[in-house]
Design a protein around this ligand. Structure first.
Ligand SMILES: Cc1cc2nc3c(=O)[nH]c(=O)nc-3n(C[C@H](O)[C@H](O)[C@H](O)COP(=O)(O)OP(=O)(O)OC[C@H]3O[C@@H](n4cnc5c(N)ncnc54)[C@H](O)[C@@H]3O)c2cc1C
Length: 542
């Protein structure tokens, strides 16, 4: 493994990594595979195909992680929920993919998350026993997937005192104890997508943001550069449609039935000293919970809902006041201090790309639609990959590329992504030590968000800005502790990660935008970063 401050990639190569490009300038016009969409699925497909030796062009109409992939719960799930409904194969697949992500491909972007089910008045003894059995089942899944107990410790029953210690703001009346389990958590979902896309580019894929596919056959696509309005025709051997909830816009024979999931963002003070995720039982439901999820930056997310979405699919889904009220009510029942509407500093919603397999659309609950992914080859030859989840993106990509290679008769190497670390990957403990040793809090933050590529990010920021190290490592909004982002993150987003505007920087390369008040404070910095990089490039004749 490379040192966290080395500009080399974990593959040992010291060449300059290929960068993600906004717009279609320099895009190839003849490739093996065109990938439509750069959410987690499309980024995974681009990486899978490029690492098998195929010539790849991967594009997104907006930006990396523009769609559902940035609005997830940011969990790396082990598939317990599928086990509960008897879907053993999907549960096993999820647990295997969780292990690959946490132990091999992205230890730098994932960490174990302790989760607590408080055994209070809202959880009857039979329900508590059921939840306990579920955690034991989850641990069996972990073992079957050969994930180490060092990565995800075994679950255990806690006394009432231990429960209170881990989650001081819990309601204590009637608290009998708790159940402690472990799952994986992402540093950030959009950062995972960006890192997969960057790794795909490093493996030779041409990755372009702000480039929309307006029409596709199995052997050609028409593209529009959303920055300049220019058109481009590209010939290819196969097209993989990974456009998420918009996949049906490109092919007639794929029908989706999206469901909306909403999360709230709270400041840490709303539920102080919460060191674990808490499962708050939904009254009247068996084994369904609202989750309170502490984030690496200290914020708390509360989610999640499951509401069918009818009509046209919006670019960005909006949470409703009814959903916000529901989440506040459920969580308040488990904590000593009821949450108020004023505790909510942000709210976001994502759309699950669920495949509609029913005869008559619009019937039944979206919670019943299969979460398993599907690969569908249209009569035109376009291969569509939908469904699934963030945790299983690698397997989804493998299945999609297998299908595309078979249907187009391509010659490609075997899938290697299960053993291919993403850029910046290094053992979690080594990175933690590196962050602890860092001589500047900004540098420690870069190690947390870019792993072994922290040095590359810093060097790129210095070069792109012409600023001093202390300046690029400084927070972009001094005096606003809720905006810990540093300048180097913005500069690197522009130079290496295909960010073209303020929204790319604040809503996807960083997640400042999840809290509107923080976003407002950060907008001038994002504008300045774009100006500085453009001016410095002009001066240095690039
Ligand atoms: C609320 C919620 C919470 C979730 N939580 C979790 C979780 O904790 N863990 C987990 O494992 N999974 C979770 N999931 C599931 C997971 O987030 C999704 O399955 C996954 O993000 C879908 O990714 P995708 O790449 O298929 O779609 P998207 O992320 O939506 O990407 C599709 C992309 O295609 C682009 N596009 C569309 N049309 C075109 C076009 N014509 N040309 C070019 N580009 C185009 C869009 O701009 C978009 O960026 C959650 C889902 C939801 C809704």
């Amino acid at each position: 493994m490379t040192s966290p401050t080395s500009p080399t990639s974990p593959t040992g190569s010291s060449r300059t990594p290929r960068r993600i490009t906004p717009g279609l300038a320099g895009a190839p016009t003849d490739v093996d595979v065109v990938v439509v969409g750069l959410g987690v699925t499309g980024a995974g497909v681009a990486l899978d195909a490029a690492s098998r030796g195929l010539r790849v062009l991967a594009v997104d109409a907006h930006d990396l992680a523009f769609g559902t992939s940035r609005f997830s719960s940011k969990l790396v799930h082990g598939g317990l929920r599928y086990l509960a409904s008897g879907q053993v194969a999907i549960a096993h697949e999820s647990a295997v993919e969780r292990g690959i992500l946490m132990e091999t491909t992205a230890p730098h972007l994932t960490h174990p998350l302790p989760s607590l089910i408080p055994l209070g008045p809202g959880v009857s003894r039979p329900l508590g026993a059921l939840a306990g059995a579920g955690l034991v089942g989850g641990d069996l899944l972990r073992r079957a997937a050969r994930t180490s107990a060092d990565t995800l410790p075994r679950p255990r029953r806690l006394s009432a005192a231990e429960t209170r210690q881990l989650a001081p703001p819990l309601r204590t009346e009637g608290l009998r104890g708790g159940l402690l389990g472990w799952d994986g958590q992402l540093e950030d979902d959009a950062r995972l997508v960006t890192t997969i896309a960057r790794t795909a580019a490093d493996r030779g894929a041409a990755v372009h943001t702000h480039a929309r596919v307006v029409a596709a056959t199995g052997t050609s696509v028409q593209l529009r550069d959303e920055l300049t309005g220019a058109d481009l025709a590209v010939t290819c051997r196969t097209v993989v449609n990974a456009a998420g909830v918009w996949a049906g816009d490109l092919v007639d024979d794929v029908r989706l039935r999206p469901s909306r999931g909403t999360h709230l963002v709270l400041r840490p003070e709303a539920l102080p000293h919460l060191a674990v995720a808490v499962f708050a039982p939904i009254p009247g439901e068996t084994n369904r919970f609202v989750l309170v999820l502490p984030q690496p930056d200290g914020q708390l997310y509360v989610g999640l809902t499951d509401e069918p979405v009818d009509g046209p699919v919006p670019d960005v889904a909006e949470p409703t006041e009814v959903e916000i009220g529901f989440l506040l009510d459920v969580v308040s029942a488990s904590f000593a201090r009821p949450l108020r509407r004023s505790d909510v500093v942000g709210a976001f919603a994502g759309l699950r790309p669920l495949l509609d397999t029913s005869d008559g659309a619009g019937e039944g609950s979206t919670a019943d639609l299969s979460r398993k992914h599907a690969v569908l080859t249209s009569p035109s030859g376009v291969v569509t990959i939908v469904g699934g989840k963030l945790t299983t993106y690698r397997r989804m990509a493998q299945d999609a590329v297998d299908a595309a290679v078979a249907s187009a008769g391509l010659t490609a190497g075997p899938c290697v992504t299960a053993t291919l670390p993403l850029l910046g990957a290094a053992p979690r403990e080594a990175l933690a030590e590196e962050a602890a040793r860092a001589d500047h809090p900004g540098r420690a933050r870069l190690v947390r968000r870019y792993g072994a590529d922290a040095g590359l990010v810093l060097d790129a920021a210095l070069e792109a800005s012409g600023w001093a190290a202390d300046e690029v490592l400084a927070p972009i909004a001094p005096g606003h502790a809720t905006v810990p982002t540093v300048w180097a993150e913005l500069f690197f987003g522009i130079t290496h990660e295909g960010a073209a505007d303020v929204a790319d920087l604040l809503d996807r390369r960083t997640r400042v935008g999840l809290v509107p008040a923080d976003r407002e404070v950060a907008v001038p910095a994002a504008q300045r970063a774009l100006e500085v990089v453009a001016a410095h490039a002009r001066q240095s004749g690039r």
